[in-house]
Design a protein around this ligand. Structure first.
Ligand code: SDX
Length: 372
């Protein structure tokens, strides 16, 4: 009898390709972007510097960062047709639908859409990174019945986004916590959405199509959508004294607890300690002690009951909530950050492309005959 090849369900444990963009080492709990530990980048760099690093392979020198920042700031404006498109979409659709549609539209409107040269793709990646926060902020404000606030070229990437959403720049500790979350979210090797972008790219399709597809993959609650689910759960818990019972009941029903577990990290997510501290700093300044208590009880109870630790979405959920974002904006913010990683992977995939096309083992009905 024919021997079946081993099936790698969910591609678990399969090494699909090489990458020079980031390295995840679960055994030592480390994550590096282009060789730099992400914890150090989160403390010492701006999000713009990290985007430059992911795309070019090196941290920028002062001249390079100045030129890069100038280009990013000049590309932030969304033209009238894009704003018109955003405001025409149903207000009750998920903001991830808006983000996905906006990127697809940017592709449709770009006459160079099919130019896959590295120079063209770098320019498109920068444009998407620059304009997406404007789109998300316009969407946030229209859902509150508020007029858009135009981007401000005097503000950094993180500050400008917060200003476009809330009409003011929050205190520096909040801005820093937000910027740290963007840096931690920016890149994570062959996760589901990045792999999606690489699959699309492998057919020699365009970068907008790759990013549009990646957004679709990120939306799901087993991936980026978990940061929203975490906050819905915390609100349902409501009070620290309910937290342990809530979690044990959930586990007894064999339900997944959002914000916990990871395909690659089995002993904790390397990004969590940095983001947990950022969340606690935000909570200190926003009267968020209750959410810190719920966080700690869920983390401890989950570990005691299952040995499973939180992933990055666990601290970002309540941190974004305390910063004032509506829950359904959390995953679009993840997109704002991860668009840098996705596009770096698109460019890398094209450097040594091979069509991604795995095999499947057929297990349907045996061959039969059509009877006329
Ligand atoms: C992200 O890949 C990346 O890098 C992703 C990401 C990135 O930066 O791109 O890090 C971002 O997507 C973070 C993950 C966000 N998702 C969630 O928080 C959803 C909840 N988590 C789980 O569903 C789960 O942990 C996954 C989907 C994240 C990973 O799942 P795997 O690797 O497919 O593992 P599994 O579901 O098969 O779980 C193995 C065991 C099972 O128990 P047994 O059947 O072996 O007894 O662990 C249990 C699971 O039931 N388990 C959980 C659990 N996670 C794993 N049990 C309860 N709650 C959980 N969250």
């Amino acid at each position: 009898p024919a021997v079946s090849p081993a099936i790698a369900k969910g591609l678990a444990g399969v090494v699909v390709d090489t990458t020079a963009i980031s390295k995840v080492v679960p055994e030592t709990n480390t994550l590096t972007y282009r060789g730099y530990p992400v914890q150090d980048l989160a403390v010492h760099c701006s999000f713009e510097q990290v985007a430059y690093l992911l795309w070019s392979g090196e941290l920028p020198n002062p001249d390079e960062v100045a030129r890069f920042v100038e280009r990013e700031r000049a590309a932030r404006r969304a033209d009238r047709s894009l704003i018109g498109l955003v405001t025409k979409l149903p207000e009750n659709c998920h903001p991830m639908d808006v983000v996905r549609t906006a990127i697809s539209y940017l592709g449709a409107e770009d006459p160079e859409e099919d130019d896959n040269s590295p120079t063209a793709d770098h320019a498109k990646a920068l444009r998407m990174m620059a304009v997406l926060p404007t789109v998300i902020a316009v969407d946030h404000r229209r859902r509150h019945g508020l007029d858009p606030i135009p981007p401000c070229p005097d503000l950094g990437f993180a500050e400008n986004f917060l200003h476009m959403c809330f009409g003011e720049v929050p205190e520096p500790e909040i801005v820093r916590a937000f910027e740290m979350s963007l840096i931690l979210y920016a890149e994570h090797s062959f996760n589901a959405s990045t792999f999606t972008a690489r699959v699309v790219t492998s057919t020699l399709s365009d970068i907008y199509s790759a990013v549009t597809a990646a957004i679709g993959a990120l939306k799901g609650p087993l991936h980026g959508g978990a940061n929203e689910a975490v906050m819905h759960d915390m609100l349902a818990i409501g009070d620290p004294e309910n937290a342990e019972r809530w979690l044990r009941d959930k586990l007894s029903r064999k339900e997944k607890v959002m914000g916990f577990g990871h395909r690659v990290y089995k002993d904790g997510d390397s990004r969590v300690p940095t983001m947990r501290d950022a969340f606690f700093a935000v909570a200190d300044r926003t009267d968020g002690e209750k959410w810190v208590q719920i966080y700690r009880i869920l983390e401890d109870t989950m570990y005691e009951a299952t040995g499973i630790k939180p992933n990055l979405d666990f601290p970002t959920g309540p941190a974004y909530y305390l910063m004032g974002f509506d829950i359904e904006m959390f995953t679009p913010i993840f997109v704002m950050a991860r668009i840098t990683g996705w596009t770096a992977h698109v460019i890398e995939q094209l450097e040594s492309n091979a069509l991604i096309r795995p095999l499947s083992e057929y297990n349907g009905v045996p061959q039969r005959t059509v009877r006329s």
